[in-house]
Design a protein around this ligand. Structure first.
Ligand code: SF4
Length: 431
């Protein structure tokens, strides 16, 4: 069968892996980032709620038969099938069922949802035990893709021990850790390198959970980085995301010696009250200690923050601003709290009155002339502030100012649209 896999805009790792699984089964598979298909079946990998609102994606799915949707959006299949005229949705991990799905259709298959006689049928998902898989499809233009500096993000393990309220990872992959074998990862990266893919990042909540068995398996983590670094060179390997309570000197030393030497911490807030509300299970002190430890080991630190979280007061936000000053991060990402279906945050946000969300409150402070919501203003202000708190502070250019302002406005606009969509499927959004 001729099958097209579409990963709109960016090649997701999952789309490449599913391509490899279908190819192994004897199908002729193309993986593309373009909304174009001439196959007998089309799989589409969607990772963001916003993609369900993309008119080009909606039109494409309406115009084609046999379109199957997979990826993190599949956690809320009622919403996907309500918005897209797709044949079925893969609701969890797809490797073991995707071939049967395109060959025989969804009826009776585990881990899929589909319409039958106007009703949505949902079959319970499977959790895959061994994550080792056949070589993924490596499209010719993957070597030119640039996602935060890497050609591709690969997966070394699934699951997260954390319970952060805003995050889909433990809901999609579970809270126990399943890891690939180093041999399987090495074979994949070697093949990528052979096909011209030079810069690889390791994805998945917390990189140091690779090989986890009741405790961090430092030997496995270090060995995995060392092996990949020997193939790619340390300047081409990164392991960005790390929980602040899942690392020590040995982990950071490996990051320094075998990768580009950066970590990104989900710091989220400088207020302990907010960290508790987000169920981060760490304190502001833990965050600061991790930043300082990484720096003392010669590792550069990026951090991400969430603003406009339900209940965040101006005082909480001021604490975050002060934390940014003290931490002096090398890079900062700021996000307005986004409700992702099946997370506790989404369940909370759709129950709140609109006026209780900072996204709907008019900002009356320093930036009132810009006509921002309070959430957008905090996002903008923290981005500006963090820039001036870097170890080597830089003056903000006009272009940068405009880019930050635009980013804050875009986030605000998109998240408002997401909330409206979630309201439409209110009964299906909670876990
Ligand atoms: S935010 Fe990070 S630490 Fe928290 S649950 Fe998600 S992946 Fe785990």
């Amino acid at each position: 069968m001729k099958i097209d896999i579409i990963s709109p805009g960016t090649y997701t790792y999952g789309s490449l892996v599913l391509g490899g699984v279908l190819r192994e089964r004897g199908h002729t598979v193309t993986v593309t980032t373009n909304l174009h298909s001439q196959g007998e079946a089309t799989l589409m990998s969607l990772f963001s709620t916003m993609q369900l609102l993309d008119e080009r994606i909606r039109d494409f799915v309406s115009a084609h038969e046999n379109v199957y949707i997979g990826g993190p959006v599949g956690l809320c299949p009622e919403m996907v099938l309500g918005e897209l005229d797709a044949k079925a949705v893969v609701t969890g991990e797809g490797e073991e069922i995707v071939a049967d799905l395109v060959e025989k259709g969804p009826a009776g298959l585990p881990g899929v949802a589909y319409r039958e006689n106007g009703m949505i049928m949902k079959n319970p998902s499977l959790s895959i035990q061994s994550l080792d898989h056949v070589l993924p499809i490596i499209p010719d233009d993957l070597k030119r893709q640039n996602v935060r500096g890497a050609n591709v993000y690969i997966e070394t393990h699934r699951g997260c021990l954390g319970s952060c309220t805003f995050c889909q990872v433990p809901r999609f992959f579970g809270r126990s850790i399943r890891s690939r074998s180093i041999e399987n990862i090495v074979a994949e990266v070697r093949e990528m390198k052979r096909q011209g893919v030079s810069r690889v990042a390791i994805s998945g909540g917390t990189g140091s959970l690779f090989g986890y068995r009741n405790e961090i398996n430092k030997e496995a983590f270090v060995q995995m980085l060392k092996s990949l670094s020997e193939i790619l060179g340390k300047r081409n390997l990164s392991v960005p995301d790390m929980r602040v309570d899942m690392l020590d000197e040995a982990v950071l030393q490996a990051v320094r010696d075998y990768t580009i030497g950066w970590v990104f911490f989900g710091l989220e807030s400088g207020s302990d009250a907010m960290l508790r509300a987000m169920r981060k299970a760490v304190t502001v002190k833990d965050n600061l200690r991790a930043v300082q430890l990484a720096r003392s080991m010669g590792v550069k630190v990026g951090g991400s923050f969430i603003v406009g979280y339900p209940g965040e007061t101006r005082e909480d936000f001021e604490k975050t601003m002060r934390f940014a000053e003290e931490a002096m991060l090398d890079d900062v990402f700021v996000s307005i709290a986004e409700p992702i279906p099946k997370t506790p945050l989404a369940a909370q946000m759709i129950e709140l009155s609109p006026e209780d969300l900072a996204l709907n409150q008019e900002h009356r402070g320093e930036f009132r002339a810009l006509k921002l919501s309070e959430a957008e203003a905090r996002c903008f202000e923290l981005m500006l502030h963090a820039q001036s708190c870097k170890p080597i502070p830089r003056a903000i250019s006009n272009d940068q100012y405009d880019a930050y302002l635009n980013e804050a406005r875009c986030q605000g606009r998109d998240i408002k649209r997401v909330i409206q969509l979630l309201q439409k499927y209110k009964e299906y959004v909670p876990a």
